[in-house]
Design a protein around this ligand. Structure first.
Ligand code: 6PG
Length: 247
């Protein structure tokens, strides 16, 4: 059964995610964190660079990766890297060599090949991220694994370029083999617009071709859904594990 945690609002969800990140970091050990794109994680990144979290994280040990990226250069407004740079990276002392950016200024296939090779250089066996952050689109996508797209069927590569007809573009995305190798996956879902889809994903029929996030099932790790009341508003009342604070 999924581990579902409901919080009063988006800020409390971000606090809970920040708490999980702090608690997951082992002293003096490299900590590999895979960032999500989109707008939801911005609040989390902004919290992480403020007390108490900023003082509780061993920043030089943090290694940042990305779960997906749009096909734009790093300075583009749509860039997931740019959002993370503005909200997180520029504020904390993460060594530049620990910022594992997807080179999305390259053609998507080339960018995906480069990142796939880069991941294999950094993870000898499996890409066991210590924490992977994911969001969920209102169409049930996560990372850039969109409904009815080719990347849903990629079972060996860790990163691919995925053509998304509905967006008329290709994006670079980690695949299920990479995502499901994570030690801990935090799915952050906030806002009323996500409520109908969240209820379908969690309690509707299993149909990952339609609802790709349903196939996010860590092989050995933990999967936690961190959700605010607005996004939880369509969930069956007896299925909720409610929190009334940030953790
Ligand atoms: C992206 C993300 C994507 C995102 C969802 C939710 O690059 O946009 O990886 O999967 O998590 O679309 O986006 P919001 O957080 O903006 O609702």
């Amino acid at each position: 059964m999924p581990s579902i945690h409901i919080y009063p609002n988006a800020r409390a969800v971000a606090c809970a995610a920040a708490h999980h990140i702090v608690e997951s970091q082992l002293p003096g050990q490299p900590f590999r964190l895979a960032l999500s794109g989109g707008s939801t994680p911005r609040l989390l990144y902004q919290l992480l660079v403020q007390p108490p979290y900023v003082n509780a994280i061993d920043w030089p040990q943090i290694e940042l990766f990305w779960g997906d990226e749009r096909p734009v250069p790093p300075e583009h407004p749509d860039s997931n890297y740019r959002m993370a740079y503005e909200a997180l990276i520029q504020h904390v002392p993460i060594p530049p060599a620990h910022i594992h950016r997807i080179q999305a200024e390259l053609p998507p296939e080339q960018a995906a090949d480069a990142y796939d090779q880069h991941l294999h250089k950094n993870f000898p066996n499996i890409p066991a991220f210590d924490v992977m952050l994911l969001g969920m689109g209102t169409d049930g996508h996560t990372a850039s694994l969109f409904p009815h797209t080719a990347a849903l069927h990629e079972n060996s590569r860790w990163c691919v370029a995925n053509h998304i007809p509905t967006l008329k573009t290709s994006r670079i995305t980690l695949t299920y083999p990479a995502i499901n190798a994570a030690k801990k996956i935090l799915v952050l879902v906030t806002g009323a617009a996500k409520a109908p889809m969240l209820s379908r994903v969690l309690y509707g029929a299993y149909s990952p071709e339609e609802l790709p996030i349903q196939a996010v099932k860590p092989n050995h790790g933990e999967l936690l859904w961190l959700i605010d009341e607005a996004a939880a508003s369509a969930l069956p009342p007896n299925k909720k594990h409610r929190h009334h604070d940030g953790v």
